[in-house]
Design a protein around this ligand. Structure first.
Ligand SMILES: Nc1nc2c(ncn2[C@@H]2O[C@H](COP(=O)(O)OP(=O)(O)OP(=O)(O)O)[C@@H](O)[C@H]2O)c(=O)[nH]1
Ligand SMILES: [Mg+2]
Length: 278
């Protein structure tokens, strides 16, 4: 049996996007021979019927799973989803991505391949050479760059995109992290988790992505999330010294810590695959 790679996909009001995204994601299995691809949708009882869209797809995609809950923010959804995915499926890899079509599923096979080659954390990065951001307003660019600089400084990281939601993580690395300790409800979960992963010895690869335009619906990034983010940066700064080394899993201790490389994947084969299945 192949090891499992499970995508944890948080959704709130993404029904129209899910109709397009889920078939595209499962079409990628054709290009992934090393792992069995599963998707766990973490839906917070979206009023637009996102949950029902997933239910309707389940007969077509047997490795599609859904868990529902009350809306408590993106960070809470990730925590619930990651815990559940590990308990339910014991995956070798946990991946995260957005459901609004801004993350191209054609990258999945490259991220998984990089994990097979020894990387424990692969980031679909908007800020390395070869990457592109198609959708940000001037204000969002400023917000994103400032947020990234703050996390890099507070966490002592060299990673260019600390807030990307497109990631592949080895479960053994993920299990060294204390998800409960990341008591963050919103978007700042992503940067808080990244710091723990790196502090615990992640071997990191950033792959350039084209961060596309949102399909349907609206962004859920709120002012409250932005305020929480600032508080979180301060916390990362103070936790950094205490955490460094404290949570290191002995299995990871041969790692040199943060290792950054950039590669430009050749996406031609995957894109062709997508066309073939349409
Ligand atoms: N379950 C759950 N999912 C959420 C919540 N907030 C956001 N999401 C999902 O998280 C993903 C990212 O949210 P977006 O609103 O697109 O945020 P973003 O991509 O960082 O920002 P934009 O570039 O403005 O779109 C999407 O799939 C959302 O549906 C939440 O409270 N609960
Ligand atoms: Mg988005």
């Amino acid at each position: 049996m192949k090891p499992i790679a499970c995508i944890v996909l948080p959704t709130y009001n993404e029904a129209e996007n899910l109709r397009v995204l889920l078939p595209r994601v499962f079409a990628q299995q054709e290009w992934i021979s090393s792992h069995e691809l599963h998707v766990l949708v973490v839906d917070d009882n979206s009023p637009d019927g996102s949950g029902q869209v997933v239910e309707n797809f389940r007969s077509r995609f047997p490795f599609l799973h859904i868990m529902r809950g009350r809306k408590k923010g993106l960070g809470e959804a990730y925590k619930r989803g990651i815990r559940h995915a590990i308990k339910l499926l014991n995956p070798e890899l946990v991946l995260t991505m957005d459901a609004d079509l801004q993350h191209d599923p054609a990258l999945l096979s490259h991220m998984i391949e990089a994990c097979s080659q020894g990387y424990s954390l692969v980031i679909g990065s908007r800020y390395v050479d070869g990457a592109q951001v198609l959708s940000f307003s001037g204000w969002r660019v400023l917000l994103s760059h400032t947020g990234n600089s703050l996390v890099r400084w507070a966490g002592g990281l060299k990673i260019q995109d600390c807030t990307s939601g497109y990631r592949a993580i080895r479960s053994d690395l993920l299990l060294t992290c204390d998800l409960e300790h990341l008591s963050t409800r919103g978007y700042s979960f992503l940067s808080a988790l990244l710091c723990q992963l790196v502090w615990n010895g992640a071997r990191v690869l950033e792959i350039p992505i084209t961060f596309g335009v949102r399909g349907h619906g609206k962004s859920k990034l709120s002012v409250r999330d932005q305020a929480e983010f600032l508080g979180r940066v301060a916390r990362i700064f103070f936790l950094r010294k205490r955490y460094r080394g404290a949570l290191v899993n002995p299995a990871m201790s041969t790692e040199t810590g943060e290792v950054i490389l950039n590669i430009t994947p050749n996406l031609q084969s995957n894109s062709a695959g997508e066309k073939k299945t349409q």
